[in-house]
Design a protein around this ligand. Structure first.
Ligand code: SF4
Ligand code: SF4
Length: 578
């Protein structure tokens, strides 16, 4: 049977067909749907782990214990998991273990554009790069075979266009689930120095054998064409290059670590000019040139940004493709949703002239105008750590506040909070608890009280954790109650130590019926001061010089009415359909 699958759905299907029994991930675009789809197969245990390192370790533990396992994450998630990955490569696996890295060239929803092919090389593990949904499924299955044959974790590297693009996939029967016996083997799995030194040699020898495999595997294939131009490429770049150079010869690489250098040399020898076409870094080009082979690549292509056929045409031929008329969409700057409970927190923090270090989440949009309330954003969990640095350096009366979401606090905030308390910092942490991992599309987390596969579990108690680690001041407030919120933040900032505010209210998009009615502005009393516009709600705008509320967008959260000095904003009983 054939189905139209996204790359992420195809990876999930490949895992199912390969007999995977355990899958773990932390949500992150563009990887999120892999686990959401794996969770649909009741035969597989699938979990949202609290962060990527834990996800990797859960999957790795299952593989060592004897069942095939998969961990999925976006590219920056591999940074978090890398501590475990680097040493897991030494120890090897038992049953197959696949790490899916979903990279985001072009930074559609990421804070950087790192090329995780270097992680495979750094960790010395094999890597497969599919260029379509069909390959995503086939490579996901094959990855488990390679992992077991070579006793190594393996990386399946996807990119946004492969993850989210759709293609035809042929479904096959799942393989019978196999369990490899677990045998206690401390020399292999206890990576203390004496054992690790031995395993380092095993690792190097394994890579030598993998290099031989890379030379002969049909994953790396030549597609004969014109002898004038040869192209070495992989992943989605192959698809783009095929479109732009229809007559060229191709060395299409499905396994890109280790590279098949003999095959590459032979291919180069048969073509007048060979180009390496790859997205982001010159990962293949550098290795090919280091082997003394003559190719062109980065001299013609930028290493920044996402590729496309048009980008390739521009870089290779200098032609700027004509745009079809009328296809331009109006620009839509990112903005926090109408009714978002986080908006009130930023509005109050701005009043306090606080230095605000934020974390990664939808609340990061508080950095944009008109809220303009955030000073820095780095990576998951960095808000609290960076705030400690601010607090050590800035004048003592300057409020320093870290803001981070419920999922992010659990992901990487807890150790930083412990550190702040331990090191006696004066600072405030505001946990923006909307009971869901919102930015990636509403995945459950310990604060939601539900697992990925729908099991009810105790709801994570932020207050108890903050008190347990020794925070000097802890309050839970409803951020829509702006007076109470202002009072709590004022007290927290005045506190001599680490204070924690839990601003708790469900995401407006998850619980659309938490408010009744919508707001309207009384034109007779409104003074047109436009103060209400400063909260940046997309339901509010200027029409003919006057502030208006669009009832189709308004959630009725009441934040604007609490801000209006003229009490001109009132609730109506028009209910929003949701
Ligand atoms: S804050 Fe109140 S008075 Fe000022 S523009 Fe908005 S609705 Fe009118
Ligand atoms: S009540 Fe005001 S702040 Fe809330 S969604 Fe409606 S217009 Fe926006």
């Amino acid at each position: 049977m054939k189905r139209l699958f996204s790359g992420n759905e195809a990876v999930a299907r490949g895992a199912f067909e390969a007999g995977v029994q355990v899958a773990a991930a932390y949500p992150g675009t563009p990887s999120t749907e892999i686990l959401e789809n794996i969770a649909q197969y009741p035969q597989i245990y699938a979990e949202w782990s609290v962060n990527e390192k834990v996800a990797f370790e859960v999957a790795y533990g299952a593989a060592v214990a004897g069942k095939r396992a998969l961990a999925a994450m976006k590219h920056v998630g591999v940074n978090v998991a890398s501590d475990a990955l680097m040493t897991a490569a030494y120890a090897g696996v038992n049953a197959g273990m696949v790490l899916v890295s979903a990279d985001d060239p072009g930074m559609h929803s990421s804070q950087n554009e790192q090329d995780n092919r270097y992680f495979a090389r750094f960790a010395q593990i094999p890597m497969l790069e599919p260029s379509s949904s069909a390959e995503a499924k086939a490579f996901a299955k094959l990855a488990f075979e390679i992992s077991e044959a070579f006793d190594t974790p393996i990386m399946l590297r996807m990119t946004t266009r492969i993850c989210h693009g759709r293609g035809v996939v042929e479904l096959e029967e799942p393989q019978p689930v196999r369990t490899r016996p677990y045998v206690k083997d401390p020399q292999k799995y206890v990576m203390m120095p004496a054992n690790a030194r031995v395993r380092r040699t095993v690792l190097l020898e394994r890579m030598r054998r993998l290099a031989e495999y890379s030379e002969t595997t049909p994953l790396n294939r030549v597609e004969e064409g014109d002898a004038e131009i040869g192209i070495i490429t992989a992943g989605v770049s192959y698809t783009y290059a095929r479109e732009v150079f229809p007559n060229a010869s191709f060395l299409k690489l499905g396994m890109t670590n280790p590279l098949p250098m003999r095959k590459i040399a032979e291919f180069i020898s048969r073509h007048r000019q060979v180009y390496v076409i790859e997205e982001l870094e010159p990962f293949m080009e550098e290795q090919i040139k280091a082997a003394g082979l003559n190719v062109r690549g980065t001299d013609l292509q930028s290493t920044a940004g996402e590729l496309s056929p048009d980008v390739l045409r521009r870089r290779f031929f200098g032609t700027v493709p004509k745009k079809a008329a009328g296809n331009d969409l109006p620009a839509r700057p990112p903005v926090m949703c109408a009714g978002c409970p986080h908006r009130a927190v930023f509005s109050v923090l701005r009043k306090h002239r606080a230095v605000v270090s934020s974390d990664i989440g939808c609340y990061t949009l508080g950095a944009l105008q008109p809220l303009n309330a955030i000073d820095s954003v780095l990576c998951m969990g960095a808000s609290i750590g960076m705030a400690q640095g601010y607090a050590r350096v800035l004048e003592p009366d300057r409020p320093v506040v870290a803001v981070l979401g419920d999922s992010t606090f659990i992901h990487a905030g807890i150790p930083a909070l412990v550190n702040a308390v331990y090191n006696r910092v004066k600072m405030t942490v505001v946990i923006l608890d909307n009971r869901i991992t919102a930015m990636t599309g509403h995945q459950e987390n310990p604060a939601s009280g539900k697992t990925l596969q729908g099991e009810q579990v105790p709801v994570f108690d932020f207050e108890a954790v903050a008190r347990a680690v020794g925070a000097a001041y802890v309050r839970t407030v409803d951020p829509i109650e702006t007076e109470a919120l202002e009072r709590a933040i004022g007290e927290a900032i005045a506190c001599d130590g680490v204070s924690v505010i839990i601003a708790s209210r469900p995401c407006a998009l998850v619980d659309r019926h938490q408010y009744t009615g919508v707001m309207m502005i009384d034109k007779d009393t409104c003074s047109e001061c436009r103060l209400c516009l400063r909260i940046g709600c997309p339901a509010m705008s200027l029409r003919d010089g006057s502030v208006v509320i669009n009832p189709d967008l308004c959630f009725g959260c009441s934040l604007c009415s609490q801000i209006c000095p003229k009490e001109s904003i009132h609730r109506t009983r028009v209910n929003v359909e949701g």
